[in-house]
Design a protein around this ligand. Structure first.
Ligand SMILES: Cc1cn([C@H]2C[C@H](O)[C@@H](COP(=O)(O)OP(=O)(O)OP(=O)(O)O)O2)c(=O)[nH]c1=O
Length: 633
């Protein structure tokens, strides 16, 4: 069976997965599909009783999830995707539909209902093809569903509660995860295992083949209804497309996935970003080669092993401004690039080839050129550039991570080994001690804040607030996005004097909204500016519990009833191993830590904030909003 031609066709399309589910991301990543992740904001509140069957409900929800993302990307960012994939998984038992439990009691109700019985897991999938015509979005929806039967053993109360307390049930339909600890509850599975995990891969691949290579009429009789069409279906392909000297044994690959859901294919960074993920940037060709021999080749480990080379290639190409050069010049031969960046021709050629292999550059007979993604995110003068953060990663994080072994042994940040400096205060001693480091750090924070600001300011409706104060708001990138979105909001950025002294050249030109006010001070020591809404974006994970106590006590005291605190951080899954970005970030060994949704909720509640809501954006930053209640704790 050849999947390669289908992936080849999709390789040139902008494919978006409208899902925050790390499982869905991993399953699709594993087959070598290149896609972006934009979680859907569609609320799963369709009236269940209005659907004749449970699967129709799942399909409709999947469709609405995908359409919401297609519309949002079209309207808000003017970046219309080609294909949006949405999915919805439900569990049905005794004619009841079970979705994700809202709390532990709900999980208990669901799991005791499933105990000792067979139930069905349905996943509805929608594949939405999009087209922008005269600025209007046109969509064409293909949908399907898959059913898998699962039988649970009789569950004792003890086992049930032990499982619930593991935290695993909370983000899963029916309150269990068959792929992890929940597997111990299961007696048998009839049907597609991955369907239970959230995505019916086999059926999805059949649909893709159907959509992209509909069988010529005279070969229809070769196709069995329940199998992926055989290679004969592709006899009308061009040589290049049908090159299947070692065709992928698709069913085998899937079988292997079922027994080891995390094996084979690229390393995924579930829920981490809406940029194409680096591992998903591995050229389709290479990944397919890996898939040909799935059990003989530890591809995931090899990718991790090579990861440092890939990061460093990106860092060096960025530092040498290769992406800026190609953005300005279009296409260049390696010798021209080498002459301009003042480097050896052979070294430059190797670097450019590495960038092309990583999917950052295109290579043709005419020379090298930027991919769209490099133009958008890697050229330092682009609106959404990550250049500042990449340079910070190279100059600051890379030296720290070369001392990871000592960091793990000692449990401390490795500033002294990496830079010859002991830091008592992360910011004053490490980041702001020299003008060069200060500007580099501010540029890094600026690029991350610009990339994430839209998600942070649109996660919740903030129109009820009159004034906001972004504590540690650095260059004001988030504040500027706030005043764009809420022109009547008065926004103050509060940061250390050495930061405020340097914000001027980060300000947007030609912005017609009320200016942001910058006030200098130390949020641990000084009085906070008055505001209805306080914002802590990427602050809490850096500090000890003691310092957080000081800061949150001050904010709590400064808040009037009805005021609120908006926190932007990467929220960990309850089992604390996803998204990997957050987990890997912890290895820097700052004094602070990353937290899960329930930990952020508890933290805010401890300081008098109620009605805490959490929005997992699936991008760089998630958001948490809590309101100050009437009387303080
Ligand atoms: C039954 C079962 C479900 N699940 C998961 C799959 C889905 O992620 C989740 C069902 O919730 P969904 O609403 O289908 O998906 P989601 O909220 O996780 O993500 P999104 O809406 O953004 O696409 O339950 C497992 O991981 N293992 C299981 O055994």
């Amino acid at each position: 069976m050849a999947l390669k031609p289908v992936l080849g066709k999709l390789g040139s399309k902008r494919v978006v997965l409208a899902s925050a589910s790390p499982r869905r991301q991993e399953i699709l990543c594993n087959v070598g599909l290149r896609f972006e992740v934009v979680p859907s904001w569609f609320k799963e509140t369709l009236e269940k009783s209005s659907f004749a069957t449970p699967y129709k409900y799942a399909i409709e929800t999947a469709k609405q999830k995908a359409l919401e993302v297609a519309n949002r990307m079209h309207v808000k960012h003017l970046r219309t995707p080609d294909i949006v994939i949405g999915a919805d998984t439900i569990v049905t038992v005794d004619e009841h539909i079970l979705e994700k439990p809202v709390d532990k009691q709900d999980a208990y109700r669901m799991l005791s209902r499933l105990s000792g019985k067979e139930h069905s897991v349905f996943t509805g999938v929608a594949i939405v093809h999009c087209n922008s015509k005269d600025n209007r979005l046109e969509t064409e929806v293909t949908d399907f569903y898959e059913e898998t039967k699962v039988k649970f053993a009789d569950l004792s109360e003890e086992l049930l509660w032990e499982y619930i307390h593991s935290g695993e049930p909370m983000d899963k339909a029916g309150g269990y995860g068959i792929q992890a600890l929940g597997g111990m509850l299961v007696e048998y599975v009839h049907g597609d295992f991955l369907n239970v995990v959230g995505f019916p891969l086999n059926h999805f691949c059949k649909k893709l083949v159907e959509l992209y290579y509909p069988p010529p009429k005279h070969t229809l009789h070769h196709i069995k209804h329940d199998s992926i069409p055989s290679v004969e279906t592709f006899e009308n392909l061009s040589d290049e497309e049908s090159d299947s000297s070692s065709p992928i044994q698709y069913k085998d690959a899937i079988k292997m996935d079922r027994s080891k859901p995390h094996s084979s294919g690229g390393v995924c960074s579930p829920g981490s970003s809406n940029i194409i993920k680096p591992n998903c940037m591995v050229p389709v060709e290479n990944r397919n080669r890996v898939m040909e021999n799935p059990d003989k080749f530890p591809s995931k480990i090899v990718e991790l092993l090579d990861g440092f080379r890939a990061s460093k290639a990106l860092f060096v190409a960025s530092k040498l401004k290769v992406f800026n050069l190609l953005k300005n010049k279009g296409v260049l031969q390696s010798v021209d690039v080498a002459n301009t960046i003042n480097a050896s021709v052979c070294g430059t050629e190797r670097l450019l080839d590495a960038c092309a292999a990583l999917g950052l550059l295109e290579k043709t007979i005419q020379g090298y050129s930027n991919t769209d993604s490099a133009n958008t995110y890697l050229a330092s003068d682009s609106e959404d550039s990550l250049h500042g953060y990449i340079i910070h990663s190279n100059d600051h994080l890379w030296p720290l991570f070369t001392h990871l072994e000592s960091a793990v042994k000692e449990g401390t940040m490795q500033n002294y080994r990496a830079f010859g400096k002991k830091s008592e205060n992360l910011f004053q001693d490490s980041y702001y001690q020299s003008m060069e480091v200060k500007q580099r750090f501010m540029a890094a924070m600026h690029s991350i804040a610009k990339l994430t600001a839209k998600d942070v300011v649109t996660a919740f409706d903030l129109s009820q607030f009159r004034s906001a104060c972004d504590l540690g708001g650095c260059t004001g990138a988030l504040a500027n996005e706030l005043v764009q979105k809420y022109p009547n909001l008065k926004v103050t950025v509060f940061d250390l004097p050495e930061v405020i002294a340097n914000v001027s050249h980060f300000q947007p030109v030609g912005q017609h909204t009320a200016p942001v006010t910058f006030t200098s001070g130390d949020f641990f020591k000084d009085n906070l500016p008055a505001a209805d809404l306080y914002i802590l974006s990427r602050i809490l994970h850096d500090w000890t519990d003691e310092k957080i106590h000081v800061l949150l006590s001050k904010i709590s005291a400064a808040c009037k009833p009805g005021s609120a605190l908006l926190v932007a951080e990467i929220v960990l899954s309850e089992e604390k191993i996803n998204p990997p970005r957050a987990v890997l970030q912890s290895l820097s060994m700052t004094e602070g830590k990353q937290r899960s949704a329930s930990e952020y909720k508890q933290l805010l509640e401890k300081y008098g904030f109620t009605s805490v809501q959490i929005k997992i954006t699936g991008n760089f930053l998630d958001t948490i909003l809590g309101f100050r209640k009437l009387s303080a704790h």
